[in-house]
Design a protein. Structure first.
Length: 113
């Protein structure tokens, strides 16, 4: 798994773009990157993620939970039908905000939407 990090237009949103499957063997890479951005709203772009297993889902939901407790915002972007189905099966599709693009999520977070 490849994880690239960038900041949103106002500097208050960390955008992490994932590439590759998010699984038991790769979730640690995501978690390490997430530890580098405490105190920021978080957007995780999964446009280039074709498969997420239960450990990967746990990593995403763990960040959503940390953001909620800290009063920060969290969103997923670029969710493909397969990942969307996983969110629905896990019954979290109504909890986790989903946007088409990271830029759209960032604009929503900063009130520019």
């Amino acid at each position: 798994m490849e994880v690239t990090r960038e900041m949103g237009c106002t500097g208050s949103t960390a955008i992490l773009r994932l590439k590759g499957p998010l699984t038991l063997s790769t979730a640690g890479t995501l978690q390490a990157k997430l530890e580098e951005v405490p105190g920021f709203d978080t957007v995780i772009d999964v446009s280039d993620v074709r498969y997420v297993d239960s450990t990967g889902l746990g990593a995403l939901l763990g960040q959503w939970s940390r953001a909620q407790r800290a009063g920060h915002k969290f969103a997923l972007t670029g969710v493909n039908p397969r990942v969307n189905m996983l969110l629905q099966i896990a019954r979290v599709s109504n909890l986790v905000p989903v946007f088409n693009t990271a830029e759209e999520a960032d604009a929503n977070f900063t009130g520019r939407a």
